[in-house]
Structures are given as C-alpha cells and as structure tokens.
Write a protein that binds this ligand. Structure first.
Ligand code: GLP
Length: 239
C-alpha cells in the first residue's frame, strides 16, 4: 500500500482530486466509485474547484458505494442528497451517468442484483473509500465473512452511534443499508482509502499493518495491487 500523509484534509483532498483528474482526462469513459461521510468532502470540494477551472466531467460515470434503506433521495441524510449537495449539483456530471443504490426499492434483492449489473457494465477505474471507526468500507461491516456482491446489511451498533452525529436523534438513524460488496471494490483498477482525525488512527493502523481479517473489513485492501492510503497527521499517528 502506498501511504501519503498530509498536513490537512484540505491538502489531502487536492491530492485525491489530482488523481481523479488524471483518470478523467486519460479515458473516454472514466468511472469513479464514490463514497460519502465527512472524509471525502475535501476531495469533492477540490474536484469542484478543478471543474470551475475547466475540467469537464460530462463523460464521467459515478457509482456510489451505498445508501441507507428507507430514506428517500430528498431526505437530507440520504447519500443521494449528500452527493447532489457536495458534487453533482456543482459540476456537469450528467444525471444519467449517476448511480446510487435505491434504498426505497420495494424489492431490495432485485435492487441489489440491478446494482451489480450496473457495476458489471461500468468497471470502476478509481474507487474512493472512507473508513468507519470499526473498519467498515462502504457498509461492509465487520463479520465472520465479507459478502462479494451488493447486499442489504444490518448496521452495527457502533456504526449507528457514529453516524448519529448527522441526525437529530439516534432513533432516526436507519438500521439497514444497501452496500456494494467487496468484490466490486477490489475489482477497481485503483483504490484511494481516505481517513482523517485521531479517532481513525487505531483502525487505520489495524487495517494497514495488521492481519487481513473479516472483522477489519478495510484490511482486505492489502490484497489489492494499487491502493493509496491518504491520511492527515492525526489519522497516521499509529503507523
Ligand atoms: C459511513 C459510510 C462509509 C464512510 C463512513 C465514515 O458509514 N457508509 O462509506 O466511510 O461513514 O464516515 P466519516 O467519513 O464521516 O467518518
């Protein structure tokens, strides 16, 4: 794993946006795998900055990792809403090129299968990841096994607690989500794992230096040939 440590998340975001720019400019059909949470926000801001300086995103396809079940795209805490706020509404990415799991689907199994078809049709060139405090990537939670395909997941209590900061009350945090499986993540040409802040230091050390374990889902990234771990000083202090 290639590890890059920056003074600030802002600097790190500029670096990741430059990686994305390379992919976007070198391919006719670039596909970005995108993440939510607070961590990728500096990356989205920097990518928007590049767009304002002339970077065309009209040929970019985006595939998001996950979505809460039961939140409509109009809900402020849905990942669809997050992506529109932080990236899509600020660039010329075309709505028909945007893919996010539909957490409101009546038939969730069919929605998971549909999403796997989308991924198969658009192999990911650059996958952006954050990391949960328990090591989850997307919503692939620590467990006895990691599922390959897109699936419905029951969120772990620590994930619900951690994500409660975005909701008015902890009871409002959805308990289930749809997430891309680890196969789609590992099939990306290139992966960037981002983490900032002291609360991520311990899990980053376990994911990067520890054994590959299903109870530390991010550790599976050690098996990929082209991973860049992008940190600030605080999240890198255990390395
Ligand atoms: C959510 C998302 C993850 C993300 C994690 C970390 O659980 N499903 O993809 O990595 O939050 O969030 P943050 O970046 O806010 O710490």
């Amino acid at each position: 794993m290639n590890i890059r440590v920056f003074d600030t998340p802002h600097d790190a975001g500029i670096y990741v946006a430059a990686l994305a720019e390379q992919v976007i400019q070198s391919r006719p059909d670039p596909v970005l795998g995108l993440a939510t949470g607070s961590t990728p926000i500096p990356f989205y801001d920097a990518l928007v900055g590049l767009h304002r300086c002339g970077l065309d995103l009209s040929h970019v396809t985006t595939i998001n990792l996950d979505e809460y079940i039961g939140l409509p795209p109009t809900h402020e805490q849905s990942y669809a809403h997050f992506m529109h706020t932080h990236l899509f509404s600020r660039t010329n990415i075309r709505s028909e090129n945007i893919h996010i799991p539909n957490g409101m689907a009546d038939d969730l199994a069919a929605e998971c299968a549909r999403y796997d078809d989308v991924i198969r049709a658009h192999p990911i060139h650059l996958q952006i990841l954050g990391i949960g405090v328990n090591g989850h990537i997307g919503f692939n939670e620590p467990d006895d096994l990691l599922l390959s395909k897109t699936h419905v997941v029951e969120l772990r209590p620590e994930t619900v607690r951690s994500n409660a900061r975005f909701f008015e009350r902890i009871e409002d945090v959805p308990r289930r989500a749809i997430t891309m499986g680890v196969q789609a993540i590992l099939q990306a040409d290139q992966i960037v794992l981002m983490a900032f802040g002291p609360e991520k230091a311990d899990i980053i050390a376990r994911a990067v230096l520890g054994e590959v374990r299903t109870d530390v889902p991010a550790s599976i990234l050690q098996l990929h040939k082209r991973v860049t771990v992008v940190l600030d000083r605080a999240s890198a202090q255990g390395l």
